[in-house]
Design a protein around this ligand. Sequence first.
Ligand code: ZN
Length: 340
Amino acid sequence: MLFPTTIAGSLPKPEWLAEPNTLWAPWRSKGDELARAKRDATMLAVKLQEDSGIDIVTEGEQARQHFVHGFLEKVEGIDFAHKVEMGIRKDRYKAMVPQVVAPLTLKGRVHADEARVARSHTTRKLKFTLPGPMTIADTVADSHYGDKVKMAFAFAELLNNEAKALQADGIDVIQFDEPAFNVFMDEVSDWGIRALERAAEGLTCTTAVHICYGYGIKANTDWKQTLGGEWRQYEDIFPAIEKSPIQQVAIECRNSKVPLDLLALLPGKVIQAGVIDVASDTVETAEDVVKVIEAVSKFVPLSNIVATTNCGMAPMRRDIAEAKLAALGAGAKLARERLG
Ligand code: ZN
């Protein structure tokens, strides 16, 4: 089937699970009640995607407060009690981040619960997202390793353990989110891609990397205004990615200023093309989705195109996110009729 659909990863959380329309939203409950609410929300996220015609579904990242810190919470060697302010993505925004204070180890499984809940409630393919090592290294303060690369490789080893366990749970696609790749382009070919390969080492399921221009929050939309008329960051990093064994690359296409001819730099990859804008509340039509798929197909063989969202929808209004899910499913279906 052409143009299978998926989402970047996250969906908004129901208001009974966490405060709506915000990143790092506080949970509404704790203990067993929170665990139950996370499971319920995970089932709901799966169902919403199925009903919208999404082929490769995710657990909607309902069980984690943030796409990076959801992983970090299960890592030993990190001090969450003494957070420090740090500039993130070359000072695009400031955040209070935890500190690495000792050698990093995993306390146990990170995402077993939600992975198993999702797996037991859908027969569709399941994709699971993990933060990439470079992005993690740019989202915590290092008070132990004294070397960003060394710390990133320590995280890569932990990510690899969890990724292999997720594969054993029945996950079909493991996607590493590396928005930092679009910021530290030189470092990607120096070590970022090697750290990513370490995180994916030994996986036999499908592997993907998601490289976006961020959630639709103000710090990101302001940053995009400074990038000029053509966003050419991908040009610097695609050659290193093309050489890597990572199989799929998820990128931002809808309403972005990425010149799509850059996709020709990835002839050996399946492209997860972002056909839904997460930085705008305007809901796409099926025709809008077809237009992006058509534009991408000038540089990517039809059989190598997956239709997805530009980035996660965590901070979005639920009704808008649900309408966008429906547009994604309907648009891909229409594209199959037109281009198939
Ligand atoms: Zn993203």
